[in-house]
Design a protein around this ligand. Structure first.
Ligand SMILES: CC(=O)N[C@@H]([C@@H](O)[C@H](O)[C@H](O)CO)[C@@H](O)CC(=O)C(=O)O
Length: 231
């Protein structure tokens, strides 16, 4: 898919849908037999909105065990969240990362089709990208499958095992490689790297969402724009 299909309208809608504040990392509702339980997502939305006051959700991520679900289950969940969010939540961010590039692209294209507010992608973690260029190249190909959907890199080195690529370095020139890039879901305890990102890229207007709940106060002090978490 070509980047040239993106329009100025897409650019300005990305600008206006910037994520701020708290984002709920959702769990995947299951039935006792292990099937996904789509029927409770409507109530889940109401609970987050009315009891917790949260208006943005992160679907099929770590808390949801998204990487352990089938592609079809991930699509059904994303679809149901988007459907139930209409008129209630501000945004549904769908995690579309996978070890398989084609699967990640399929999920990204699906997220675009169902009009998810944003997509997020973790790095492949079995055969790992050996350097930042290889990682960017993977992310770029996934993002290109949803050329109008804001893109957030999901940095979680503890789980991906990719511990040598600092975010501060990864982000150099990233917008020219991934035009839909909007920011990072930063789930690492390295607050120095986090703070460097926030300040070094201030003029780029990226969004930095922190993902280690236990250190959120520290991240806020460093300038976090919001947080994606479960606690
Ligand atoms: C590794 C992990 O599950 N991290 C949680 C945190 O909220 C985490 O549960 C919390 O910091 C407690 O350790 C979220 O960042 C996960 C998340 O946003 C997601 O579902 O992708």
């Amino acid at each position: 898919m070509e980047w040239s299909t993106r329009s100025n309208a897409a650019e300005s809608s990305m600008e206006s849908s910037k994520i701020r504040g708290l984002v709920a990392a959702t769990v995947t509702p299951m039935k006792e037999n292990g099937e996904i339980n789509l029927s409770v997502i409507g109530k889940y939305v109401d609970y987050l909105l009315n009891v917790q006051g949260v208006r943005i959700v992160f679907v099929n991520g770590t808390t949801a065990e998204g990487l352990s679900l089938t592609t079809e289950e991930r699509k059904q969940l994303a679809e149901e969240w988007v459907k139930q969010a209409v008129g209630k939540l501000d945004q549904v961010i769908v995690h579309v990362g996978s070890l398989c590039l084609k699967e990640a692209q399929e999920l990204a294209a699906h997220a675009a089709e169902i009009k998810a507010g944003a997509i997020s992608v973790v790095a492949p973690s079995f055969l790992k990208p050996p350097n930042k260029d290889a990682l960017i190249s993977f992310l770029r190909e996934v993002a290109a499958a949803a050329p109008s959907v804001p893109f957030y890199y999901y940095h979680i080195p503890k789980l991906t095992g990719i511990t040598t690529i600092r975010m501060e370095d990864l982000l150099v020139g990233i917008k020219s490689k991934i035009p839909t890039f909007q920011g990072v879901k930063f789930s690492d305890t390295d607050l120095l790297d986090f703070g460097q990102c926030v300040h070094k890229y201030e003029s780029e207007k990226f969004t930095f969402l922190y993902g280690v709940d236990e250190q959120l106060l520290g991240a806020l002090a460093m300038g976090a724009h919001g947080a994606i978490g479960s606690v």
